[in-house]
Ligand binder design. Structure first.
Ligand SMILES: Nc1nc2c(ncn2[C@@H]2O[C@H](COP(=O)(O)OP(=O)(O)OP(=O)(O)O)[C@@H](O)[C@H]2O)c(=O)[nH]1
Ligand SMILES: [Mg+2]
Length: 328
């Protein structure tokens, strides 16, 4: 490893080397790749790590085919991003996932109903986002597997119950995350890289705001609340606030949508490729087909800051709404 990398890279590399299963190695490599700054000096290293990652994914895939058990806490990412729906018991996490997605997790009036995570797909704008219902956070059950799931998610959606001390619930949930060395991304500036923390974007859904009668409670909560994350009033039961929540999740994922166009044809406007903001032409090619990433010969873009059909290189950073023609 080059020596001029951020300090957390050494720690992530050590975790990668120590990992026993391909799945754990994949997690560590993905985090390592995300931590390495993108510039000419790291091109080689990143390419090497990416091909190692691809080989590991193939190994993990064939192991699964051969009947190796994988943990229910390892949920394959689908769609534009993976959102972990987390929080204290009985706040309505499962009810919210059931209301917003095609999944049907069990909802019940007693705590600790959910024992294993359940994913579902939520439609927003013209993409699908994966919401993952999770078992409740509890101080007596640190659940390393739940911690792993939360670390791997792209965005955290913490759910609190407006009718049951929401500020206390949020403080408890944040304290339990902090015990697991996971903090909201807004706190990044206050910490140094040596602290080996994981930072995640966070939204808070204030659930059970069923009708106008509880709007006053929500306003009072906002006045008392001293945190920095957005509070979103919702009701899993009546659907109030769900459009705003969907939109906030979409914005929180910080993605762009790019439309691919086969040479000489019109782009498919109904099926965008969702990519992390800052993604390049090369990363789009990898999403379409791994072979295309290697064999990419040329690319042209219709969109912002270019003339129509402008030829661009592999490193060109794409914008939301761009149309891209790739030739392999
Ligand atoms: N009034 C009202 N009740 C709700 C709402 N959402 C969930 N509930 C009720 O709250 C209770 C708990 O809901 P769940 O979805 O099982 O809560 P959970 O957070 O998944 O609970 P655990 O899996 O135990 O952590 C159930 O009785 C739900 O019917 C809501 O928007 N309004
Ligand atoms: Mg539940």
């Amino acid at each position: 490893m080059p020596t001029n990398l951020p300090p957390e890279c050494a720690e992530l590399e050590a975790r990668y080397r120590a990992a026993a299963s391909p799945e754990d190695k994949i997690d560590a490599l993905e985090e390592l790749l995300a931590a390495i700054p993108k510039h000419k000096g790291t091109d080689h290293l990143r390419a090497d790590l990416r091909s190692r990652l691809a080989r590991l994914k193939e190994t993990a895939h064939s192991r699964r085919g051969a009947g190796h058990a994988t943990s229910p806490f390892r949920i394959e990412r689908e769609g534009a991003g993976q959102v972990a729906v987390i929080g204290c018991p009985n706040t309505g996490k499962s009810a919210l996932v059931a209301a917003l997605t095609n999944a049907a997790p069990e909802v019940a009036a007693y705590p600790f109903t959910t024992r294993a995570p359940i994913p579902g797909m939520m439609h927003v704008e013209d993409v699908q986002v994966q919401l993952v219902d999770t078992p409740p956070l509890h101080p007596d059950h640190p659940e390393p597997e739940l911690t792993g799931l939360i670390r791997r998610a792209d965005l955290l959606l913490a759910v609190v119950d407006l009718q049951d001390d929401p500020i206390g619930q949020l403080q408890d949930a944040m304290a339990m995350l902090a015990d697991r060395r996971i903090l909201p991304v807004v706190e990044r500036e206050r910490h140094s890289a040596e602290e080996r923390l994981t930072f995640k974007p966070l939204l808070v859904a204030v659930n059970k705001n069923d009708d106008e009668t509880s709007d006053g409670d929500f306003r009072a909560l906002c006045e008392l609340f001293e945190g920095e994350c957005p509070l979103l009033p919702v009701s899993a039961r009546t659907g109030r606030g769900s459009d705003r929540l969907r939109r906030a999740v979409f914005d929180g994922l910080d993605i762009i949508r790019v439309y691919s166009k086969p040479p000489g044809k019109e782009p498919d406007r109904t099926a965008p490729f969702p990519l992390k903001r800052g993604s390049t032409v090369e990363e789009l090619a990898g999403k379409i087909h791994r072979g295309l990433q290697h064999n990419l010969r040329s690319a042209r873009v219709w969109g912002k800051e270019v003339f129509d059909g402008q030829p661009v290189g592999r490193d060109y950073v794409l914008h939301d709404g761009d149309i891209v023609e790739l030739r392999g």
